[in-house]
Ligand binder design. Structure first.
Ligand SMILES: *Cc1c(COP(=O)(O)O)cnc(C)c1O
Length: 410
């Protein structure tokens, strides 16, 4: 099945009882049981079913199932946000005294999270994924996971996932990939050797910016060594579901950052058009990038341009398109602000993946908590504007940018 057919028909949707074509919102905190015996079984993983929405819910389960199919995994856990998904996925396998190796080219919130984890005795070592030999040299006997983004936000570097997976494999470490910016439409990291994939579903999956959420999808193939991951001991018996079983029976259920059923419904609805939206938004971005590159005084960073250092790897790994985000540098922070204020179609929003074109000045906003060195490593500059291109008519976007740029000529 092709991408869109599988997305629409690859899992059960709707309600067989009433014939509803959409999965209903089970807006209920708890679920009654036919007997005390059944209730006991449920709490001992001996029966399938629902008891309490913090742990699971039919609407959320339908969304998780569709994400599992989309990302080619074995199981997914839906969370309250992308950050909750990253936190849950990491803390499921790392603890005090352990080390994480991560790409420097990350979403600002993820960099902040790594700093927060220091208080719990978890050390993060930042490495440049463009220098894999250097990254590999940073692995120690305390390393427990390697983390990167498919397309770094906002550096727009494309991680060579097969090469990174090769290193992870050599050291028996799981590779965790944040696929938010690319989405499964462009690449399925689990197919390229990653072990766990994260999506902030607040972005392209939802598609309309109607709700915050995130999801963890496991490939189910990593062999958890009990000396390194002692917490996996009880869950080994779940075989390829060990990672997910540990999450659901432990941290995920107890930290309580679950998805709301209404959010799962929005996501199920929004993601039906993921393929169509991505196609259009990526094509718009490619056209806008090529056009802006012809304007003197503007430099453009977009993985689909031959001028991008990541064009080769993007062509090799992504399915013929290059994402819907580009950044431009315009000479100064003042001019960046002037252009942003002069644009009439794009909205100034600290978000990506909407149907509408969104712009942001990352240096003064998203990277506000980063150190100067972290900004340099994440390619955040004070004259840079990030553009998350929407599905508008491209001629209108081009005209709007032309006017804003001309009106603010240096
Ligand atoms: C937005 C984003 C996150 C965080 O997701 P939230 O849903 O906002 O918590 C993580 N990673 C990337 C790449 C993002 O763009």
């Amino acid at each position: 099945m092709g991408f869109n057919t599988e997305l629409l028909h690859g899992t059960k949707t709707g309600d067989p009882v009433t014939g509803a074509t959409l999965t209903p919102v089970y807006q209920s905190s708890a679920f009654f049981q036919p007997s005390a015996e059944q209730h006991e079984k449920l709490f001992h993983n001996k029966a399938a079913g629902y008891s309490y929405t913090r742990i699971n819910n039919p609407t959320i389960a339908a969304f998780e199932e569709r994400m599992t199919v989309l990302e080619k995994g074995v199981a997914s856990v839906a969370c309250a946000s992308g950050m909750a998904a990253i936190t849950n996925a990491l803390l499921n396998i790392v603890g005090s005294g352990d080390e994480i190796i991560t790409s420097t080219s990350l979403y600002g919130g993820t960099i902040d999270l790594y700093h927060d984890l220091e208080a719990f005795g978890i050390t993060t070592i930042f490495a440049d994924t463009n220098d894999l030999a250097d990254l590999e040299s940073k692995i120690t006997d305390k390393t427990r996971v390697i983390f990167a983004e498919t397309i770094g936000n906002p550096k727009l570097d494309v991680t060579d996932i097969p090469a990174l997976a090769e290193i992870a494999k050599r050291h028996n470490l799981p590779l965790m990939i944040d696929n938010t910016v690319a989405t499964a439409f462009l690449v399925r990291p689990l197919e390229l050797g990653a072990d766990i994939v994260i999506n902030s579903t607040s972005k392209y999956i939802n598609g309309n910016s109607s709700a915050i959420s995130g999801v963890i999808t496991d490939a189910g193939r990593f062999k958890w060594d009990l000396e390194r991951y002692p917490g996996m001991k009880e869950y080994k018996k779940f075989a390829k579901f060990a990672f997910t079983a540990k999450l659901r029976n432990g941290l995920f259920r107890n930290m309580g950052a679950c998805m709301a059923p209404q959010t799962a419904y929005y996501n199920l609805l929004g993601m039906e058009t993921l393929g169509l939206r991505m196609e259009r938004a990526c094509d718009n971005a490619a056209q806008l990038a090529a056009y802006l590159e012809t304007i003197p005084g503007i430099s453009v960073n977009y993985p689909g341009l031959a001028s991008s250092p990541w064009n080769e790897v993007a062509k090799r790994l992504l399915d013929g398109r290059f994402g819907a985000i580009l950044t431009i540098r315009v000479g100064s922070k003042e001019r960046a602000f002037a252009i942003m204020n002069a644009l009439t179609i794009p909205q100034i929003v600290s978000n990506i993946g909407d149907t509408k074109t969104l712009i942001v000045h990352p240096e003064s906003t998203l990277a506000a908590h980063s150190t100067e060195q972290e900004k340099v490593d994440a390619a955040v500059f004070d004259d840079m504007i990030r553009i998350s291109v929407g599905i508008e008519d491209i001629e209108d976007l081009k005209q709007d940018f032309t006017a804003a740029i001309q009106n603010t000529a240096e």
